[in-house]
Design a binder for this molecule. Structure first.
Ligand SMILES: [Zn+2]
Length: 292
């Protein structure tokens, strides 16, 4: 599932190409992934593209927002068509790399929503598993959704004191706290595993039992692994659909310390081996020897 680094990578690229353009048409091929009135969006100009938690927010100039969530296998891919404002009818865009589950050209069989933009740009929403969604929300509706999410890891709201506070009232495994979007935004399974390894904390440890000296370490480690994910444009491990907005895979998977590395020697050279277990039904990777 795309997490903060993957979604931010897409958002950074989309911001470059979408801001200032007008939405000239929307084709919804799979209605269950779409919620809203197309007429409220077509004709609006894009003011900004930003991320909140794992959502992509395209802010329009009419008090409306296109809000998208990629869930498990969603992709948002931008292509430049050559028909100008006349549109994409039948237009196919070919990409240098195969797009997972979609093929080398779009629209593909996993393309469910197509946004047409002034100047001939096309934004494709693909989703193999079909859990993702795009909604039209007013500014007020969006504020309400955003209010249900915890602090962003790279803002001043997220501090070691805040992390200590939420850990102190968490009697379940610490890993589940990191995944809880109402407590901290944007962290998913991959970066939770990597962050806990970095801080040498056992993912099964109860939140309130994490030692005080390890809390600051965890705080630094979460920011460190997320920043690394951003630097490598996210993770496109073999079983994932993630590509960036230009259709290119990320490279963070080459830098994983524990995620998907079952049976391999611990990178801390402690003599232990990485094991896999499950917490809350999600694959959990850690070194039982040095993560306490
Ligand atoms: Zn170890």
């Amino acid at each position: 599932m795309p997490e903060l680094p993957e979604v931010q990578t897409i958002v950074n690229q989309l911001k470059e190409v979408l801001v200032g353009k007008t939405i000239t048409g929307i084709e919804v091929r799979l209605p269950k992934l779409w919620s809203g009135n197309k007429d409220e969006v077509v004709g609006a100009k894009i003011l900004d593209v930003r991320r909140r938690a794992k959502m992509v927010i395209i802010q329009l100039d009419n008090g409306k927002n296109l809000v998208g969530h990629l869930k498990m296998t969603g992709q948002l891919i931008y292509g430049q068509g050559n028909k100008g404002d006349k549109g994409y009818e039948g237009e196919i865009i070919t990409f240098p790399n195969p797009i997972p589950f979609a093929g080398t050209s779009l629209p593909g069989k996993t393309t469910h929503i197509i946004f047409r933009l002034s100047g001939g740009g096309i934004l494709f929403f693909n989703d193999m598993r079909q859990f993702g969604w795009v909604k039209v929300l007013t500014d007020d509706e969006l504020a309400e959704v955003e209010g249900k999410h915890g602090p962003e890891p790279f803002t001043d709201e997220f501090t070691p004191d805040y992390l200590e506070k939420i850990l102190g009232s968490w009697g379940r495994p610490v890993k589940l706290l990191l995944l809880e979007q109402s407590k901290i935004s944007g962290i998913g399974n991959i970066y939770a595993n990597e962050g806990l390894f970095c801080a040498r904390i056992n993912p099964m440890k109860r939140g309130k039992e994490v030692e005080k000296e390890k809390i600051k370490k965890l705080y630094d480690c979460l920011k460190k692994v997320l920043a690394e994910g951003l630097k490598y444009h996210g993770s496109s491990a073999g079983d994932e659909a993630y590509v960036d907005a230009s259709g290119q895979p990320g490279k963070m998977q080459e830098h994983f310390k524990v995620y998907g590395r079952t049976g391999q020697p611990c990178p801390n050279n402690c003599g232990g081996k990485i094991v896999r277990s499950e917490i809350g039904g999600r694959g959990t990777f850690f070194c039982p020897k040095c993560q306490k």
